[in-house]
Design a protein around this ligand. Structure first.
Ligand SMILES: [Zn+2]
Length: 206
């Protein structure tokens, strides 16, 4: 009887050990399951976009200087016509097809991007002294206009090529204006005015 009990006890110990190992293996399998989805290959294939892999490899291979100039080119296509922190006036709406910026009288107004001057007006009409510049931005022809400029501050000529940041004129109050401000307008490729503030926020990388 004692022998039998002993054997029985050791048999139970062995069974317990197998049970324990089995439980551990099961727990391990459960732990691993979420990290080994059946669709792992599909996810991987989606993540590897050939163009991405190429551009990363090229960036790594390029010398430091070229990478820096590439970054400057990419991030500086468009800038705000005045300081982005300038006070805002009347917003864009159906009856007001531009956005008013209030940076103060005689503040320099700058071309938002490289382009060609397509209109200059020394003072007639409600827009007063104003300039229109056409650009190609992200493959789209976009026109920016800068209105109510100070008398005599506009020095650009029709057809002149301008670089981003070129001074267009100074903030004034010519035309239908009750105080010095920049009426800034953006026309899309269809010639339709779009909200200039929304457009700037989407295109200017500060
Ligand atoms: Zn306005």
């Amino acid at each position: 009887m004692p022998e039998t009990r002993q054997r029985g006890a050791s048999f139970l110990r062995i069974r317990r050990r197998y049970l324990y190992l089995g439980a551990m293996a099961f727990a391990g399998a459960m732990t691993c399951l979420p990290t080994l989805p059946a669709s792992a290959e599909v996810v991987h294939a989606e993540q590897v976009v050939p163009g991405q892999a190429l551009s990363v490899a090229r960036l790594v291979d390029e010398p430091e200087v070229e990478r820096a100039s590439y970054a400057i080119t990419y991030f500086s296509v468009v800038q705000s016509p005045v300081s982005p922190s300038a006070r805002l006036g009347k917003p864009f709406s159906g009856g007001h097809q531009g956005y008013d910026f209030l940076p103060g009288a005689n503040t320099p107004v700058l071309a938002i991007a490289d382009g060609v001057v397509t209109a200059v007006d020394e003072a007639s009409g409600s827009l007063g002294v104003h300039v229109e510049i056409q650009h190609v931005i992200d493959g789209e022809v976009v026109t920016s206009t800068y209105s109510h400029l100070a008398t005599g501050s506009m020095t650009l000529a029709l057809g002149q090529e301008v670089a981003r940041g070129t001074q267009v004129g100074l903030v004034g109050s010519t035309g239908a204006s009750t105080g010095p401000h920049l009426h800034f307008q953006i026309l899309n490729s269809a010639g339709t005015p779009v909200n200039p503030l929304t457009w700037l926020n989407a295109h200017v990388n500060i």
